[in-house]
Every structure is written in structure tokens, then in C-alpha cells.
Design a protein around this ligand. Structure first.
Ligand code: ADP
Ligand code: MG
Length: 777
């Protein structure tokens, strides 16, 4: 008798050899197999009539093979097949299609899925390039008809990948295996993962029903709901996944609260210290956030707080105030920045803020130290000594450096600036001495993502939000222009400089068109990439070479396939580099102005000197790479020019734009584009012109890129979900979070002891194994 923990090798149709292959895809048990869900569905109950199809739409079509042939063109073999439906036909083409030769017989029924193109000259004739296909033939058992036709059919990601045996583990194979599996499982309910009362309150089907319906939707299920994972069955599985995620996070949070931290006090001395460094009236949001931070710091358990605020909202001063609290309590504070430039800037401004004041508790000036990778060894050693002795009370540096190599005398507070550039923050325990109390941690980010999402991504953090800009800011005027009109832009910079304003000009690369591309979000223009319709078989098209396909193929097709390998047709456009343009502008269009050059390959001293000179207005125009993307704060700079703006991501451009508009003067952001702008880049540029709201831009960015890319691999620690999609399923995430919090603290009395125990057991065994949620932190 099968149960969920049965090894897949015992499932009908699998066996030990295939089980081994499946294990490579992390499918080991019956449960793993059941949770390998279809990624789309085909409605073979109501197959589309060819005459109803529109050119350009994605469609599934069932028809009969009329003829097929392998054409050997000079460039590559092309397999062509004509599929008919009455008098209408679809001509299908597969490039490098030798492997299909002999596979189809005239008269066979086949199902096709792909983009339809209608022939203009001959109505009723269509074309599909590289469609996915399935041969719908009897296998003699009669079962076939039940699974493959006359119903809504699930389509799975093949479990074989591109390996030779991959073809075996096709969508069709999975369908059969799962069909038999459900038959064998019968109607005996599966062990429930959620309390019955929870399911019924939210009208969620049982686990068995949900799984069965997601794999083999009952007739009458709405296709759009299926494709959008919005059926009750889908929602139940998504909820389940998110519920356990949130429950794991909740537990982690609770464990952290049980650790002992430092209870800082806010004596008169501390208050006096805070007052004497504040250069302006804090905004209401700053006051509120600081109050929340102080509240945490006074507690005897470690603080883990995220301070989220759009660019320019004034996070730094909040951080410095928090640092002063720690310092006045006799502890050290570490401020970690993602780049040397930012670390240097923080160091300079901390010095400015703190240089003329004395600590009310000690009567002495504050000890501030900068620690970055490109300091020479002597200075590093010296600085480390100061930190170890406790002479350096505020230590500012790059993340990697401080985290890995520094011993503190008594570290009380860690501040991480611009967290979105880092992986997740589970490594702070490295910095903790054995036996010492956990330091408090404050993380700052400008990535304005929705609250629930932030709390999930940053797991165990509490959240404070700066949702207000300091007073007196005027909106930044944002314009797009082609680099054909660069002259006008340089002229504008000259004019602004004449008023004493400063400008940034940002380039995507440091040097030469092929040099490294620091932090460039779109090193390859997506316009140059093939259109991938998220269907596994189509991914194979990536390997198709060739610009002009074959003489036989109509021009439109040649153009289409050529997009899969851009280099052949279009030479990569030369990207202008900061170094080259610095020389060109200095001696050409901007001669007479004082230009500076800043990029990641300069030494620490050089960077510091350039930043210092820009800050003190000895430089009018700073030519730079994205190293200035985060945090750089020079309020007198009013112009931000981004060349090759089409190569930058939304978040990146938003951050860059945030370098200006930091004072009261009117500021400008000019997005210059190269010769070719992809439709996606158009959307990003339009959005930049349309809005300055970081929240709105982040939403759009998420929508355009999807959560995987948006958060990137840097956000390691974020689980890969089986069903859930954090962006699409935001409402369910919210719900799951509420239910999980309630469950963790005071479970609904309607839940039975057995149900509650089952949930905890599952969290422990299953989720712990998958995500390691409980141990980190
Ligand atoms: P970010 O949140 O992007 O890190 P910063 O902390 O660099 O922002 O602050 C942006 C600018 O606003 C800085 O020049 C800072 O001195 C200034 N600023 C911060 N808070 C206030 C305030 N309450 N009133 C006026 N200016 C402020
Ligand atoms: Mg900042």
C-alpha cells in the first residue's frame, strides 16, 4: 500500500532506475511527485477550431497529420509537418529537426501548442514555429482516451531536462504515472497538513481533492482560473506552502526573542548626545522610526529591525543616532556599507557630524574608524588594533571586511546600510564573541517592497518605514533622450555648472566595450534574446544557430529565428565607458569644467579623494559607473545623466536618480539611450519618466522581472516554492502570515490537539529539511 512517504521507485511505471533520475530533481517520495504540479493546461475537451484563431496568439490545437518531411537546407535540417483540421491547415517547422524524422504517420492525431501565425495570402492556413507537440495515439489500454483527450489536460515541466533520457520523463509520461498514482491512492484521505477548521473557514478543499484537481481538473473548471493558479485547489496548495513558510519564520522570530541581548539605557547623557549631533529637525517618520529602534534597544533581547525608506528619506541620521545610543552605553557600533565609496562617505559625514562634539558620558571626542579593503596593510592593522582595544567606537567599513576579519572589544550594534545589495543576514553570529550578548542589528534598505513581502523576505526582522521625505524637496524632472542629442545634454550641464550646480554622468562600464560591467542589470539587452514562452520544449530553441535560416524559409521566419542568436546579425553595440568618456568630455564638450572620474577599480585613497573633492565642489562633473548607485549624498548635485539607460534596471535607475534632488534646488535626471531600445527597456524608461515613487517602481519591477530575478540570487535563503509565487500570491501571503502568527501564539480552540501536533511535526520534518528555516539566525 502506497503512502506519501513511499519511495517513488515503488510507484507504478517508475522503478529503481528512473527513481534515481527523479532523485536528481529532488523527487524522492510519493509526496514529492504529487507536488510536481502542471505549469499549464490544455483544453482538449473543447479543442480550438483553427478558423477561430488569431495571428499571434498562443494556442493549443488538435489535428491530424497530413504530411511531414525533413528538408536539408544548407544551414540546417528543418523538419516540416502539415497538420489539418477539415480544410484548414497548420504548417509546423522545427529547426535542426532531424530527430523528428519518422516520428509522425499520416492520419495520426496530434496536439500542438505554440504561437499561431496566420497566412495572409491563404485564409485558413496557419504556421507554428517549433510548437510543443504530443502524438495522441491509442496505446491499446483504452485508458489513453481518458487521460489525453476529452478533458482538460495538465502539462508538466519535463523531469528529464535536456539529458538523453529526458525524453522519457515527458509531460505525457508524468500524466500517466500520476493518473495511476491517484487511482492507487483511491479516496482514502491523505494526512492533512492544515486543521480542518482552517480549511473550512477559507473554503479550501481537502489535501487529496486539491492535489487531484490541480493535476486532473474536473470538467467545467474555468481555463483562465487554471492557467492563473486561481482555482480553489491551487489556492489551497499555495496557502499551505505559504502558511508553513510563515510559521517557520514566526518560530525563528520567537527563538531569537529568547536569546539574551543588551538592554541599552537612554539616560540624560544619551539624550544629550543625540541632541547635539542632530543637524536638522527630524521628520515625523524619522522620529517614529527612531522611537521604534530605541524601544528595541532598551529590551534585553536582541534587536533585529529593518528600516525601509525610499532613497533620500534620511536613513543615515537615524542610524547614527542609534549608534550613539550604543556608544554612550559603552559599546561599539559597526556601520557596514555595500561599497567602499559609500563607506567612505559615511565615514566623512560621521566625522563631520561628530568632530566638534564630545561624548557627554566620557567628555572625550568620539573615536571613528574607517575600514575598507583597499587600505594598505599597515593602516588596516592599525585600525584593527583600535577596534580591538575599543578606541574606535564607531567602525565604518565594507560589509565583507568587517564581518569576516574584525575583532571588537564590545560590539553592541550592527548597522547594515543598503541591504538590498547583500545576501541575507544570517551570519552575524560570526561577529559575536563566545559568551558575549548578541549585538543588536539594524538593517537599512531603500527597496520599497510591500510590507508582508518585506517581512517574509527578511524573515525574522521587525519593520520600520520612513514614508516621508525631508521637507523642501522638489520633484526631479526626468527626461529621456537619444544619445544623438548628447550635445544638448552637455550644453545643459555647462549651463547648470555656471550656476554652481554639480552633475553626475553615469556609464554602464568602466573601460572599453568589453570590460567588466559592474552591477549592470541588463548586460545583454533582452531585445536580443529569443522570445521564450516559458515552455520547456521551446527552451531548446536557444541552441538554434543561424541568422538567415534557409533560402526556402520566408523572410518573416528568418527574422524571427535570427533573434535567437543576436551576435550573428547585429554586432553588439559598443557601450560607452566611463574612462573613455571622461577623456572625451574633459577635452571636448565639457572642457573648461572640472571633471572627476570614479569607478570601482580605483584605490581606496583615490576614491576617497574624488568623493571629497566632489563634495567640496572642487569637481563640477563626476563621470562614474554605478558605484555611486547607492547612498552617495551630495545635495549640491542637481543633474544625473545616465548613458545607455536602456541597460539599467528600474531599481538601479531609481537609485541613481536618487543621487540628485537631495537639496532644495530643482534637479534633473536625463536618461540617454543608445541606438537600440528593447520593448522591455521602453517600459522601464517610460516608468521612470512617469513616476518617482519608489514603491510604484518596485511593483512594476517585480511585475516585469518576476520575483526570482527581482530578488536575485543575492537573496539566497528565499525558498524556491513549488506552487506559490510571492508576487502573484500576495493576498494569500498576507492571509498565511496572519494565520501562522495566530497559530504560533494562540491556536484557534477549534483546532484539535492532533491537528496542532501534526502541523508542528510537519514544520519540523518537512520544512526544516527543505529550507533549513529554523536553525539560521
Ligand atoms: P537615504 O535614506 O537615501 O540614505 P540620507 O540619509 O542620505 O538618505 O539623507 C538624504 C539627505 O537628506 C541628506 O543630505 C540628509 O542630510 C538630508 N536629511 C535627512 N533628514 C533630514 C531632515 N529631517 N531634514 C532635512 N534634511 C534631511
Ligand atoms: Mg543611504
Amino acid at each position: 500500500m502506497l503512502d506519501l512517504n513511499t519511495h517513488v521507485q515503488f510507484v507504478k511505471g517508475i522503478g529503481p532506475r528512473l527513481a534515481e533520475k527523479l532523485a536528481e530533481r529532488r523527487i524522492v517520495t510519493v509526496e514529492d511527485l504529487l507536488y510536481h504540479l502542471p505549469f499549464r493546461y490544455e483544453d482538449r475537451l473543447h479543442p480550438r477550431d483553427l478558423s477561430t484563431l488569431q495571428s499571434g496568439e498562443m494556442a493549443s490545437v488538435i489535428g491530424e497529420v497530413r504530411g511531414a518531411a525533413l528538408l536539408r537546407t544548407r544551414r540546417m535540417p528543418i523538419f516540416e509537418m502539415t497538420v489539418g483540421q477539415g480544410t484548414n491547415t497548420v504548417k509546423c517547422m522545427w529547426f535542426h529537426g532531424s530527430y523528428l524524422n519518422g516520428k509522425f504517420m499520416p492520419g495520426q492525431s496530434v496536439s500542438l501548442y505554440g504561437k499561431i501565425e496566420a497566412s495572409r495570402s491563404r485564409p485558413g492556413n496557419f504556421k507554428m514555429i517549433q510548437p510543443q507537440f504530443e502524438i495522441l495515439e491509442e496505446d491499446g489500454s483504452g485508458k489513453f482516451l481518458q487521460i489525453e483527450t476529452g478533458r482538460i489536460v495538465p502539462v508538466y515541466e519535463s523531469l528529464g531536462g535536456t539529458t538523453p533520457w529526458g525524453a522519457k520523463l515527458s509531460s505525457r509520461w508524468l500524466r500517466r504515472v500520476l493518473w495511476d498514482l491517484f487511482e492507487e491512492l483511491g479516496n482514502a484521505p491523505l494526512p492533512e497538513t492544515l486543521p480542518a477548521d482552517l480549511c473550512s473557514r477559507w473554503q479550501m478543499p481537502s489535501r487529496l481533492d486539491a492535489l487531484r484537481q490541480v493535476h486532473f481538473p474536473p470538467a467545467g473548471t474555468a481555463m483562465p482560473a487554471l492557467q492563473a493558479a486561481a482555482t480553489p485547489a491551487h489556492q489551497r496548495l499555495i496557502f499551505e506552502e505559504l502558511f508553513y513558510l510563515e510559521l517557520g519564520l514566526e518560530l525563528k522570530r520567537r527563538r531569537l526573542r529568547e536569546k539574551s541581548g543588551i538592554a541599552f539605557t537612554t539616560s540624560d547623557n544619551v539624550r544629550a548626545a543625540l541632541k547635539q549631533v542632530l543637524p536638522f529637525h527630524p521628520t515625523t517618520a524619522q522620529k517614529q522610526s527612531l522611537a521604534e529602534i530605541v524601544g528595541d534597544m532598551r529590551q534585553p533581547m536582541p534587536m533585529r529591525r529593518l528600516l525601509q525608506g525610499d532613497v533620500g528619506s534620511g536613513k543615515t541620521i537615524v542610524a547614527i543616532e542609534a549608534a550613539l545610543i550604543a556608544i554612550e552605553n559603552g559599546y561599539q557600533a559597526a556601520l557596514m556599507a555595500p561599497t567602499e565609496i559609500l563607506a567612505t562617505q559615511h565615514y566623512l559625514s560621521a566625522r563631520r557630524l561628530l568632530s566638534n562634539v564630545r561624548s557627554p558620558s566620557t567628555g572625550k571626542p568620539y573615536g571613528i574608524a574607517l575600514l575598507t579593503g583597499s587600505l594598505d596593510d599597515d593602516r588596516k592593522r592599525h585600525t584593527r588594533g583600535r577596534i580591538l582595544r575599543g578606541d574606535a567606537q564607531l567602525v565604518i567599513g565594507t560589509h565583507a571586511l568587517i564581518e569576516e576579519k574584525v575583532d571588537f572589544a564590545s560590539l553592541g550594534l550592527i548597522i547594515v546600510d543598503e541591504q538590498h545589495r547583500f545576501g541575507v543576514l544570517q551570519r552575524f553570529k560570526l561577529m559575536k564573541k563566545p559568551g558575549a550578548a548578541e549585538p543588536d542589528v539594524l538593517v537599512m534598505t531603500a527597496t520599497p517592497i510591500p510590507r508582508t513581502l518585506a517581512l517574509t523576505l527578511y524573515g525574522d526582522l521587525d519593520l520600520s518605514i520612513l514614508d516621508e521625505l525631508p521637507p523642501g524637496r522638489t520633484p526631479i524632472i526626468t527626461r529621456r533622450t537619444s544619445d544623438q542629442r548628447a550635445e544638448e545634454v552637455w550644453e545643459f550641464i555647462r549651463k547648470q555648472a555656471a550656476f554652481g550646480d554639480q552633475a553626475y554622468i553615469v556609464y554602464p562600464v568602466i573601460e572599453g566595450p568589453n570590460s567588466d560591467q559592474p552591477e549592470l542589470d541588463f548586460p545583454d539587452d533582452p531585445a536580443e534574446q529569443p522570445e521564450v514562452e516559458s515552455a520547456p520544449i521551446q527552451r531548446a530553441t536557444k541552441s538554434i544557430g543561424g541568422k538567415s535560416v534557409a533560402k526556402k524559409v520566408p523572410a518573416t521566419t528568418a527574422k524571427k529565428t535570427s533573434s535567437s542568436k543576436p551576435d550573428a546579425l547585429f554586432p553588439k553595440p559598443n557601450l560607452k565607458s566611463a574612462t573613455a568618456m571622461y577623456d572625451e568630455l574633459r577635452t571636448g564638450a565639457l572642457s573648461g569644467l572640472r571633471l572627476g572620474l570614479l569607478h570601482g577599480r580605483l584605490s581606496s585613497d583615490e576614491k576617497e579623494s574624488v568623493m571629497r573633492r566632489f563634495q567640496s565642489k572642487e569637481i563640477d562633473v563626476l563621470v562614474s559607473t554605478t558605484v555611486i548607485e547607492v547612498g552617495v549624498d551630495v545635495p549640491n548635485a542637481t543633474v544625473m545623466v545616465i548613458e545607455h539607460a536602456e541597460r539599467f534596471g528600474l531599481a538601479q535607475m531609481h537609485q541613481l536618480r536618487g543621487r540628485v534632488g537631495r537639496g532644495a534646488a530643482k534637479s534633473y535626471c536625463i536618461l540617454m539611450t543608445g541606438p537600440r531600445v528593447s520593448p522591455q527597456a521602453e517600459q522601464r524608461l517610460d516608468a521612470m519618466v512617469r513616476t518617482q515613487n519608489g514603491f510604484e517602481l518596485a511593483e512594476l519591477d517585480l511585475a516585469l522581472r518576476g520575483p526570482g530575478e527581482f530578488f536575485g540570487t543575492r537573496q539566497a535563503g528565499l525558498p524556491d516554492f513549488r506552487v506559490a509565487n510571492l508576487v502573484r500570491d500576495r493576498k494569500l501571503l498576507e492571509l498565511a502570515k496572519q494565520e501562522a502568527a495566530r497559530f504560533a501564539y494562540e491556536p484557534n480552540p477549534a483546532y484539535t490537539r492532533g491537528e496542532i501536533d501534526a502541523v508542528w511535526a510537519r514544520l519540523r520534518d518537512h520544512w526544516q529539511r527543505r529550507y533549513g528555516l529554523l536553525e539560521a539566525g
